[in-house]
Write a protein that binds this ligand. Structure first.
Ligand code: CUA
Length: 354
C-alpha cells in the first residue's frame, strides 16, 4: 500500500492540465487566501504590534480588538446572510407584516443589542486602560518625562522630587514588571506617543502635560512611534523601548548616572570646536546644549535619528553632513562644510560613547 497509491487530487486530475480544471482554480484561490491570511497574520506579531501585547494595558487593547472583531463579524454574517436569503433562497415578495418584523429586528433590535453590548464592554474596560494612576499612587511610580520634538523624542528620567536624573533621546530603558509614569510634553506641534506592545496611544500636546502609566510584563526590545501627523518627518520619529530585568535596569541606571564622556579627547575637541555642544549635551563634558537630542552614550543605541538609520559610524557621519537629506524638516543644519576628516573623527567619537 505504502508508496503505491496516488494522492486523491492527482487521481482526479489525470489527463487534465491545470488550467482547464475548476479544482485547480479553487486550489489557486485557496493558496491565494492562505497567502493573504498569513501575510495579514504575520504582521500581528513582533516588536511593534498591538496584537502581540507585552504588558497588561496592551493586553486590554488586544482583547478589546478581538471582542470588536467578533461583534463586527456577527453583524457582517447577519447582513450577508439576510442578503443571501432575500436574493437566492426566497426571491418572491414578502408580506408587509414580515417586512415590518425584518425592519424591526434587523434594523433596530439587532444593532441596538450588538452595538450596545460592544459599547458596554468598551466602557467597562476604560478604567483598566488607565486613569494614568490611582489617586495617591503617583508618588510611588518611576517617572519618565518624554518630550515630542521635531522629529525626535527627548527622554528624561526624573527623581522623586521631579528633578532630572539623566537625559537621553529616542530610547527608553525600563524595568520589567514595574508601572512607569510617562509625562508627555511638546514645545511646538502635536505628536502622539505610542508603544503598541505596551499600551494605547497618548497625544503629546503643546501647553499641557498628558500622563500615561505603562507596564511591561516581558523583558525585550519593543518599538514606539509617533502616531499623529506632525510634519515632514512624522514617519521618521520612532524610538526603542528596552525592557530589562530589575537588576540589569539598576545597573544601567548606575552606569548612566556615572557616565563620563571624557574619552576620545580628539573627537570631543572637534565636537566642541565646531559648536555641536551648543545644541547637544554629552554628560561629563562641556557640551550642554538643550536644543537637540542628548548624545550621552549614543554608541549604545541601536539606531540614530529616531529610529531612521542603524547606528553605525558611517551613518552618524552621513547625518552630520546632511541631516535634511535623511530627515526632511529636521532643525539641525547641515555640516557638509566641515573637513571630511573632522566629520569622521566626530562620528567615531560619538559611536564610541557607551
Ligand atoms: Cu511626531 Cu508625528
Amino acid at each position: 500500500m505504502k508508496g503505491t497509491s496516488l494522492p486523491p487530487f492527482r487521481l482526479a486530475h489525470q489527463g487534465k492540465t491545470c488550467s482547464d480544471s475548476p479544482h485547480a482554480h479553487a486550489r489557486l484561490r485557496a493558496v491565494a487566501l492562505v497567502f493573504l491570511l498569513s501575510a495579514a497574520l504575520s504582521s500581528c506579531s513582533g516588536i511593534q504590534s498591538a496584537l502581540d501585547p507585552a504588558g497588561p494595558e496592551a493586553e486590554d487593547v488586544a482583547t478589546l480588538f478581538y471582542v470588536m472583531l467578533v461583534g463586527g463579524a456577527a453583524i457582517w454574517v447577519g447582513v450577508v446572510g439576510t442578503l443571501f436569503y432575500a436574493t437566492r433562497v426566497r426571491r418572491e415578495p414578502h408580506s408587509e407584516r414580515t417586512a415590518g418584523w425584518v425592519i424591526l429586528l434587523c434594523g433596530a433590535v439587532g444593532p441596538v443589542f450588538i452595538l450596545g453590548a460592544l459599547l458596554t464592554y468598551a466602557v467597562w474596560l476604560l478604567p483598566n486602560m488607565r486613569p494614568w494612576t490611582a489617586p495617591g499612587e503617583e508618588g510611588g511610580l518611576r517617572q519618565i518625562e518624554v518630550t515630542g520634538e521635531q522629529f525626535w523624542w527627548r527622554v528624561r528620567y526624573l527623581d522623586a522630587s521631579g528633578g532630572v536624573l539623566l537625559e537621553t533621546a529616542n530610547e527608553i530603558i525600563m524595568p520589567v514588571g514595574e508601572r512607569v509614569l510617562f509625562s508627555l510634553h511638546a514645545p511646538d506641534v502635536i505628536h502622539s506617543f505610542w508603544i503598541p506592545s505596551l499600551g494605547g496611544k497618548m497625544d503629546v500636546i503643546p501647553g499641557r502635560i498628558n500622563r500615561i502609566a505603562l507596564e511591561a510584563s516581558k523583558a525585550g526590545v519593543y518599538r514606539g512611534v509617533c502616531a499623529e501627523f506632525c510634519g515632514a518627518s512624522h514617519a521618521l520619529m520612532a524610538f526603542t523601548v528596552e525592557v530589562l530585568e530589575a537588576e540589569a535596569f539598576d545597573a544601567w541606571l548606575q552606569q548612566r548616572l556615572a557616565a563620563d564622556g571624557s574619552s576620545g579627547a580628539d573627537g570631543l575637541g572637534l565636537f566642541l570646536r565646531h559648536g555641536c555642544g551648543a545644541c547637544h549635551t554629552i554628560a561629563g563634558t562641556q557640551a550642554d546644549g538643550k536644543i537637540g537630542p542628548n548624545l550621552t552614550a549614543l554608541g549604545a543605541r541601536g539606531s540614530i535619528a529616531a529610529g531612521t538609520l542603524p547606528n553605525t559610524q558611517d551613518n552618524i557621519a552621513r547625518f552630520i553632513r546632511s541631516p535634511e537629506e535623511i530627515k526632511p524638516g529636521v532643525h539641525m543644519p547641515s555640516f557638509a562644510m566641515l573637513p571630511e576628516g573632522d566629520v569622521e573623527t566626530i562620528a567615531a567619537y560619538l559611536k564610541g560613547l557607551e
